[in-house]
Ligand binder design. Structure first.
Ligand code: HEC
Ligand code: HEC
Ligand code: HEC
Ligand code: HEC
Length: 215
């Protein structure tokens, strides 16, 4: 795991002229959802990995091979949507980040992965492995993370980067209506029972948005 930090540090030096703000050592690199699975799939912790597997973000790359996607692409003069930047930029994680910021095993076919919303995870994975060892699945104690290790509460702004009218199949989006569909809250954290219903409206919400059905 150590090599990720070293990799990022070296890369940060190499590309600092261009990407000074995108690959600071404390940001780390994108490692992919498979790396989050070990520690984030216990039901007692809300099973974020399992929930993500069951919702559309994990299929956002696969959907680019559908007939609907081909139709959408054709209308824009695109032959293969699975290879087109105009589609990939919203259907996979960190498409626009330099290759240097992705682990060599980073798998784009997993679609819109954890790190799309939580930011590059290498630093967090490295710190947690060092802290607790590899087999963390059985741990029950809620660990308080140092500030800045990983983004814990992504904002509506994160979502609007993709859920906007540039999407050829745009569906009206509102943060507080869509978040409950993909929510993966940790039941060990004390929150009011109606927490998800009480998320405040965002000024950029589409007034036409309707909550998508929960899978
Ligand atoms: C070695 C174990 C381990 C791995 C691997 C791991 N995490 Fe974590 N993660 C933790 C622990 C421990 C916490 C603190 C909460 C808890 O005790 O479960 C945590 C908390 C989080 C939080 C909540 C942060 C907050 O401020 O509330 C997020 C988000 C998160 N992890 C995302 C990820 C992502 C994304 C990946 C994969 C890139 C990942 N984790 C991989 C152990 C891990
Ligand atoms: C589309 C964006 C998105 C994706 C993809 C995503 N998350 Fe999250 N995640 C969020 C948001 C938003 C929250 C904060 C919810 C809240 O507190 O209301 C969150 C919260 C969390 C938390 C903290 C839970 C809590 O109760 O505070 C963990 C841990 C976590 N996510 C892990 C993951 C892992 C692991 C994956 C991938 C398997 C993942 N997330 C994929 C948006 C996302
Ligand atoms: C990188 C781009 C991207 C980001 C960022 C993103 N999404 Fe998505 N989202 C997608 C794509 C693409 C789909 C459709 C995937 C498919 O149909 O297979 C989708 C689908 C969804 C769906 C399913 C809608 C349905 O009809 O079932 C929900 C809910 C959703 N997103 C909520 C969110 C929320 C909430 C956030 C922010 C916390 C967010 N998304 C951030 C790209 C993104
Ligand atoms: C600006 C971001 C963005 C771009 C660019 C984009 N998409 Fe999407 N796409 C989304 C989001 C987000 C969704 C989920 C519906 C919504 O809210 O727009 C989606 C949904 C879809 C769906 C519907 C899947 C379903 O579950 O019914 C298809 C098919 C699709 N996109 C194909 C494409 C193709 C092909 C391209 C390239 C020509 C493309 N998209 C470009 C963001 C984008």
């Amino acid at each position: 795991m150590l090599q990720w930090r070293e990799t990022c540090t070296v890369l940060a030096l190499m590309v600092s002229a261009v990407f000074a703000t995108t690959c600071r050592a404390e940001d780390g690199i994108y490692v992919g959802a498979e790396k989050c699975k070990n520690c984030h799939s216990a039901a007692s912790k809300g099973d974020p990995f399992g929930k993500w597997m069951g919702e559309k973000h994990s299929k956002a790359f696969a959907v680019l091979s559908s007939d609907e996607a081909k139709k959408t692409a054709k209308a824009k003069g695109i032959d293969d949507p699975t290879k087109a930047a105009d589609c990939l930029k919203c259907h996979v994680t960190a498409f626009e980040a330099p290759a240097a910021m992705k682990h060599k095993k980073f798998d784009v076919t997993l679609g819109v992965q954890c790190e799309t919303c939580h930011g590059p995870g290498s630093k967090h994975v490295e710190a947690r492995l060092k802290d607790e060892g590899d087999d963390d699945a059985a741990a029950t104690k809620l660990v308080e993370l140092p500030k800045g290790e990983i983004i814990g509460m992504p904002t509506a702004e994160t979502c609007f980067k993709c859920h906007n009218k540039e999407s050829p199949n745009y569906v009206p989006f509102a943060f507080n209506k869509f978040l409950p569909t993909i929510a993966h809250l940790d039941p060990r954290k004390k929150r009011p029972a109606d927490y998800l219903e009480k998320i405040p409206a965002d000024s950029k919400d589409d007034p036409k948005a309707v909550a998508p059905a929960k899978k």
